[in-house]
Design a protein around this ligand. Sequence first.
Ligand code: C2E
Ligand code: CA
Ligand code: CA
Ligand code: CA
Length: 279
Amino acid sequence: AKARGGGCWHFYSQQMFDAFQDRLALEQDLKLALSLQQFDLHLQPKIRLADRKLVGLEALLRWQSPSRGLVPPDEFISVLEYAQLMIPVGYWVIEQGFSLMAGLRQAGLGDLQLAINLSPAQLTDPGLPVVLEQLLQKYQLNAADFEFELTESMLAKNLTETINSMQRLKAQGFALAIDDFGTGYSSLSYLRQLPVDTIKIDKSFVFGMLDNQADYDIITSTIAMVRKLGLQVVAEGVETQAQAKSLLQHQCDQGQGYLFARPIPAANLVQTLTENINQ
Ligand code: C2E
Ligand code: CA
Ligand code: CA
Ligand code: CA
């Protein structure tokens, strides 16, 4: 490598410039994605561990870009948030979810609850309760058909505003879950104050739970604590029978993961579910 300071500076600044250009291009593509109908929902089953029954679905956003292919949300959600596109895209997700739920009900699958992920900006958007009320009317659905998943990290920012927004959704009858539990900075004392129904243990703990004593201890004590608080506990990222068995032994209510099902494109969902039920 060259020891010339100037050359090094040039190299790094060029790299930074390229990264900046890539990011701008991504943002531009995302700005068009909604109007060009490039977004899609996939649904992942939630399973009750005691009897392996399907009890719900989580809506997961996908971006089918003509030039980039199927882009996973971890690569674009933060860009949507930064570019202030998450609120409009989030409303698209919500409306798709409601329309899907109406379809499930028609297919006799109305017992399933649909979980929808909400970004911080969406949660505190003052328009959200009104839009949700209108959608409940439009699709003739109950608020209890839906659960909103909120990440633990959003509590670290405006706690009071966050709790107020959560209480509004709760008062409307929607269920609420804390997602990625264990990865944020929230203290356990928040749990008492939050109007939540469900805690989802982050998949990073589940992956290691049978190989790593610390992960195992965190999982089992979290399940015990959450149940003591009278909340439901869901483990995400369940990939093996051994994990499912151990989670059930510790009285974890639900599991979600590749062991049971991968996320399914919304278009195939009703067919896949009715086929399985009629078997
Ligand atoms: P998340 O909400 O924690 O969703 C769970 C993620 O874990 C999903 O990734 C899912 O496909 C993946 N997963 C499920 N089971 C397994 C498993 O057994 N093994 C492994 N390795 N992974 C599993 P996905 O779909 O790529 O979504 C990533 C994240 O993007 C989500 O994490 C969520 O934070 C965010 N996201 C997705 N859709 C939306 C949305 O509509 N709105 C918002 N705000 N965020 C979304
Ligand atoms: Ca989630
Ligand atoms: Ca999660
Ligand atoms: Ca996550």
